[in-house]
Ligand binder design. Structure first.
Ligand code: C2E
Ligand code: MG
Ligand code: MG
Ligand code: MG
Length: 287
């Protein structure tokens, strides 16, 4: 054993690398327990309509409250959940929890908003994707018009032609569909447009280039000619917001208006339901 470990092999045992592999291994072996023990939580980030200045939609974003490691970001565990197939039960949990929460807000008499749920291509590819969604809608009794599914551009590129049919079915149920991280996937427009979605979300890297906004402008005018809604994600400055509003972006989302918040905190924001862009108000929202 020791004998075969030449100098060359050391690269494999670099501490950082093995730490990461170990961490990933621990996360994967914890997945099922975490779901059983309710360690996953959804946070909610508002999407404001630039015309009415009201919350139009809220995006549900998952976090993992790990008993030892603390809060784990979806960027760390979603890729592992996709690789291992755990995204199937986890994605169903996210959908059910988001629909349940939105229905509860509506039942409390809060201003109605759509809830946007991120779906990975692995979920879309399941044979029972549509029946699964129908089941959750029936269980939670949320009217489908208050649900939106976000699928990334790269996720759509990975998916088969049959998924065009599935998305049409979603649409005919009254569910909204948007393409997330738009502009990052290098997919052909012709292919994308077959999906017949409601909206494109400009990826935040293009929003953050504003006022150097060649790509953001291109996406906005593309949406206008195709009759699609356009949403900007990752809006962080007043300058970006004013620019996007002036150029006809329909909805904005970003730290400027509010970070993803726990359900209870978001509820207070929804109760007031007004856009807050003065510096003082922004601080009040985020504290
Ligand atoms: P996404 O769907 O594109 O979500 C937007 C991400 O950008 C969120 O990160 C959000 O917190 C962050 N963000 C929002 N506004 C700003 C801003 O102004 N500036 C900056 N720098 N960032 C901003 P988060 O919550 O860490 O989620 C990361 C990604 O993980 C999501 O990207 C999504 O792809 C994935 N994800 C999150 N929840 C789920 C889920 O339930 N299911 C699946 N399949 N994926 C999820
Ligand atoms: Mg998203
Ligand atoms: Mg995005
Ligand atoms: Mg993103």
């Amino acid at each position: 054993q020791v004998k075969s470990r030449g100098k060359k092999d050391y690269g494999l045992y670099e501490p950082k690398m093995s730490e990461k592999i170990y961490k990933n291994f621990m996360m994967v072996s914890d997945f099922n327990r975490a779901l059983r023990e309710n360690e996953f939580v959804l946070h909610y980030q508002p999407r404001y309509h630039t015309g009415t200045s009201k919350i139009q939609c809220v995006e549900a974003l998952i976090r993992w409250d790990h008993p030892e490691s603390g809060t784990i970001s979806p960027l760390e565990f979603i890729p592992l959940a996709e690789e291992t197939g755990f995204i199937i039960p986890l994605g169903k949990w996210v959908l059910r929890e988001a629909c349940r929460q939105n229905k509860a807000w509506q039942d409390q008499g809060l201003p109605p908003v759509r809830v946007a749920v991120n779906c990975s291509s692995r979920q879309l590819q399941q044979d029972d994707f549509i029946p699964m969604i129908k089941e959750v809608i029936a269980q939670t009794r949320l009217s489908p018009e208050w649900l939106e599914i976000e699928i990334t551009e790269s996720g759509l590129m990975r998916s088969e032609h049959t998924n065009i049919v599935k998305l049409r079915e979603l649409r005919s149920l009254g569910i909204h569909i948007s393409i997330d991280d738009f502009g990052t996937g290098y997919s052909s427009l012709n292919y994308l447009m077959q999906f017949d979605v409601h909206a494109l979300k400009i990826d935040r890297r293009f929003v953050q280039q504003i006022p150097n906004a060649v790509i953001a402008n291109t996406i906005i005018s593309l949406c206008r000619s195709l009759g699609l809604n356009v949403i900007a994600e990752g809006v962080e400055t007043v300058e970006q917001y004013e620019y996007l509003r002036r150029y006809g972006c329909d909805e904005v989302q970003g730290f400027l208006f509010g970070k993803p918040l726990p359900a209870k905190t978001f509820e207070m924001l929804l109760r007031k339901n007004e856009i807050l862009v003065r510096n003082t108000s922004i601080n009040a929202v985020q504290s």
